[in-house]
Design a protein around this ligand. Structure first.
Ligand SMILES: [Mg+2]
Length: 397
């Protein structure tokens, strides 16, 4: 596998998002001409079938009713859209750590080399993510992956709806830029388009190849930055703006070389995953009562199981005790395991836990405080200063 040293940028854009959300809860509407916007008096979002009839954004509802009586006209349900958006970010957080919410149906993320490597390749990461989004949310997103934010944004537009476009080579980029008309370039305003066209710039490729000096002289800085971004120079950052305390799951994974069939080595990785995930949960003060763990073999086959805990915790000792009886039965015989992971689900803030389990919960909180103290010692004296009994025991077995 080719190793990539640099970050990539990810962009996702919901396809006919408001309509898709409505259809996800009213499946009988699938395949029908549907618009959202009845409460505003204009079409705000259209299904593909409605677009095919010739309905465009902003068309008055009274005209639609007259011309296309078969069209189903719905009102907005922002609670539903926000709920799907939140669940979308929850899924994304198990792929990427830095995510920027750009609008209700659009976001960027930083795809670090380690995050890509974990899935095996850019393509595997993107297809797995796409599958999970579609299956769990019932709506589709068009996805882009590229060397810069601006390129990722253009990439997701290229094969809408339900697209997946990766621009991983210079040739991919050139092809995409040539296909993108200058008026469709993200961030180029309506007044700027004719000025660029007057210079003979028809598409994004012409724009990228135009003289830097002239663009810098004649246009504002954002236009110049965009030019550089489209030529593959990352100048725009992903502005991480998802509140980490809102996440519903945290995962810790590791890939090891060489792949192994040794259950002790594999358990040690699981134990470290659990400690690491719990530490991340404690840093932002979240606790879990459901944990899943998995192993992947050299062919990327995935084996997983989960445990429900009797109380909320972020203590890896409690979690590892719960996982242990299910660990050996899960391991495939003779398959070489190349990666492992532990995912904490149902994350919640300790202040939100009901008090009827108070006695038990108090004991857990005490353990948590011990763990927090251990974290502080690790911070001060290094990761190895405390090795948890749970993983130590297994290491020496
Ligand atoms: Mg959209």
């Amino acid at each position: 596998m080719k190793e990539r040293a640099k970050n990539l940028y990810f962009h996702a854009d919901g396809d006919s998002f408001f309509v898709a959300c409505e259809v996800s809860v009213q499946p009988q509407l699938r395949g029908k001409p549907v618009i959202v916007g009845g409460d505003r008096g204009i079409a705000v979002a259209m299904s593909i079938e409605a677009k095919k009839l010739g309905i465009t954004r902003g068309m008055p509802v009274f005209r639609i009713k007259k011309l296309y009586p078969e069209v189903i006209i719905l009102e907005h349900h922002f609670d539903l859209y926000e709920d799907i958006q939140k669940r979308m970010y929850d899924i994304l957080l198990s792929y990427f750590t830095e995510i920027e919410v750009y609008s209700i149906d659009e976001c960027f993320a930083l795809a670090r080399p380690s995050e890509i490597k974990y899935f095996g390749s850019e393509e595997k990461l993107m297809t797995e993510l796409k599958k999970e989004l579609t299956k769990k949310l019932g709506v589709t997103y068009s996805l882009g992956l590229a060397r810069t934010k601006a390129l990722a944004k253009q990439a997701s537009k290229l094969e809408k709806p339900n697209g997946l476009v990766m621009l991983l080579t210079k040739a991919d980029e050139v092809r995409a830029l040539k296909k993108t008309s200058i008026k469709d370039v993200w961030g180029i305003g309506r007044q700027t388009v004719p000025l660029l066209e007057r210079l003979g710039i028809k598409n994004a490729y012409d724009f990228v190849n135009y003289s830097d000096e002239v663009i810098q002289q004649k246009f504002s800085e954002p236009v110049f930055i965009l030019k550089k971004e489209l030529s593959g120079e990352p100048l725009m950052e992903v502005e991480n703006n998802v509140d980490p305390r809102d996440q519903k799951s945290i995962q810790s994974t590791s890939t090891f070389h060489p792949a192994s069939t040794d259950s002790k080595i594999i358990w040690r990785e699981i134990a470290e995953n659990a400690e690491h995930a719990c530490k991340n949960a404690r840093v932002i003060d979240l606790v879990t009562n459901k944990v899943s763990f998995f192993v992947k073999d050299s062919d990327f086959k995935y084996y997983s199981d989960e445990v429900k805990l009797r109380e909320y915790t972020a203590d890896p000792g409690i979690i590892l005790n719960a996982i242990e009886p299910k660990f050996l039965p899960l391991l495939p015989k003779r398959e070489r395991i190349r990666s492992t992971g532990v995912i904490l689900h149902n994350l919640t803030r300790p202040e939100n836990i009901q008090n009827d389990l108070f006695g038990k919960q108090e004991k857990v909180s005490k353990n948590l405080r011990i763990e927090e103290t251990a974290d502080k010692i690790r911070e001060k004296y290094g990761e190895d200063s405390i090795i948890r009994a749970a993983s130590l025991k297994k290491k020496n077995k």
